[in-house]
Design a binder for this molecule. Structure first.
Ligand SMILES: [Zn+2]
Length: 176
């Protein structure tokens, strides 16, 4: 099956707007492979549609996903959030939380995410930077909270409610 073949070859598939896709990196795509991809284009789109998250990214409101072939997860192109097709188990929450922690470390401790869903910029941060960011007026989300939000898989509207509650009570999001 072609998708599997692409994965084996370390080729990334980027699925855009649920309509079309891009493959990269270019140097790994031979003319023969390109011909095969073109031939099977519709079939690939169908498969991607089955695998892609059905919802808009609840954090930032975007619909662009990059399929991380090695981890078999989807990454929101805009904010970097991870999505899995199936509902995550508890161990996946820990795994996602660790991934986000690493991601933040690579970005010097925090990132500011412009959210179309909230019409506001929020901060994803390691605990060390919370005070600093709160003083600047950002609502802060820690890696484990983001992982929990992912587990809840909220609609954009539900995420707005979670955010409002967090803002009002400065509480922490957890899953029982
Ligand atoms: Zn996003």
């Amino acid at each position: 099956m072609l998708l599997q073949e692409l994965k084996t070859k370390g080729i990334e598939v980027i699925f855009l707007d649920g309509i079309y896709f891009k493959v990269s990196p270019k140097e790994k795509i031979t003319p023969e492979l390109m011909e095969e991809i073109t031939k099977q284009k519709q079939k690939i789109i169908q498969l991607l549609k089955q695998k892609a998250p059905a919802f808009t990214c609840p954090i930032c409101g975007n619909k662009k996903y990059k399929w991380n072939v090695s981890k078999d997860v989807w990454v929101c192109e805009s904010c970097g959030m991870l999505f899995k097709h199936a509902k995550d188990s508890d161990s996946d929450i820990k795994e996602l939380s660790r991934y986000l922690e690493e991601f933040l470390k690579q970005h010097r401790g925090y990132v500011l995410v412009k959210s179309e869903v909230l019409n506001e910029t929020i901060a994803w941060t390691l605990p060390a930077y919370i005070k600093h960011l709160q003083n600047k007026g950002y609502v802060c989300y820690l890696p484990e909270e983001l992982a929990c939000i992912r587990q809840l898989a909220p609609t954009p509207d539900a995420f707005r409610k979670i955010h409002m509650a967090k803002k009002m009570f400065e509480g922490k999001i957890t899953i029982q």
